[in-house]
Design a protein around this ligand. Structure first.
Ligand SMILES: Cc1cc2nc3c(=O)[nH]c(=O)nc-3n(C[C@H](O)[C@H](O)[C@H](O)COP(=O)(O)O)c2cc1C
Length: 206
């Protein structure tokens, strides 16, 4: 691995060995200038397409826009002010949505879960392609839903910024620069796994 690649890795203190595609994925707030093409996007969407889902209902729906397009600007316009500040350099924006109902019109309790699996699969494929995926709750779901004509039985969940790892730290505010350099952290495995009954393990908080 050359020096530049090393600079782009974040310190990830794993306790057990995991695959580098999982270990080295992180959510940057700056991106390289390298464009992302429609072909790249099709590879990412294909990876998401093969995610498992409840009854194979595949409730995920994705709106995508490449920087410079009208769709990109329309997604951007519904982001929170915080996200707008750093997303400005992202070459692609997505809006993720899911169908809330089953084919029989009942509530699909697992739809949001399945959209999450779509994004996870897409993120691993992206990591393989050197592309970073930064998911955002900071988007106005109701306005974005209306903007893109989703019917009532859909819910907009997140926006997602995509771009190749890299870019200039000076594009970011001092606060965000610090976050960009900080070591990643997570709860210990013991915090969220139980061989029997659930136990509150707040003392193991990260
Ligand atoms: C559903 C979801 C919503 C998020 N919303 C935002 C957001 O609005 N703005 C932001 O800067 N990061 C957002 N993040 C990124 C998280 O802060 C980030 O994934 C978390 O801090 C862990 O960092 P890592 O992905 O680098 O491991 C979101 C992530 C997820 C999965």
């Amino acid at each position: 691995m050359n020096a530049k690649e090393t600079d782009l890795l974040k310190k990830t203190p794993t306790e057990y060995d995991i695959h580098p595609l999982i270990k080295n994925r992180w959510s940057p707030r700056k991106f390289a200038d390298t464009p992302i093409t429609e072909t790249d996007l099709n590879h990412l969407f294909e990876a998401g397409r093969w995610a498992p889902s409840c009854y194979n209902w595949q409730p995920w729906r994705i709106v995508w826009g490449i920087k410079g397009s009208e769709t990109y600007d329309r997604i951007f316009s519904h982001l929170s002010e915080f996200n707008k500040d750093w997303v400005i350099n992202a070459p692609v924006l997505l809006l993720t949505a899911y169908k809330k109902t089953t084919p029989e019109g009942k509530d699909n309790f697992h739809a949001l879960h399945d959209l999450g699996q779509f994004v996870a699969m897409m993120s691993i494929q992206a990591q393989h392609m050197g592309i970073a995926v930064h998911q955002m709750a900071g988007v106005n779901p109701d306005k974005a839903k209306a903007e893109f004509g989703f019917p009532e039985e859909y819910h907009v969940a997140t926006a997602v910024a995509l771009g190749h790892y890299g870019g200039d730290m000076d594009d970011l505010s001092d606060d965000l620069k610090d976050q960009e350099k900080a070591e990643r952290s997570r709860n210990r495995v013991e915090y969220f796994t139980f061989q029997g009954n659930y136990v509150d393990r707040a003392e193991l908080d990260k």
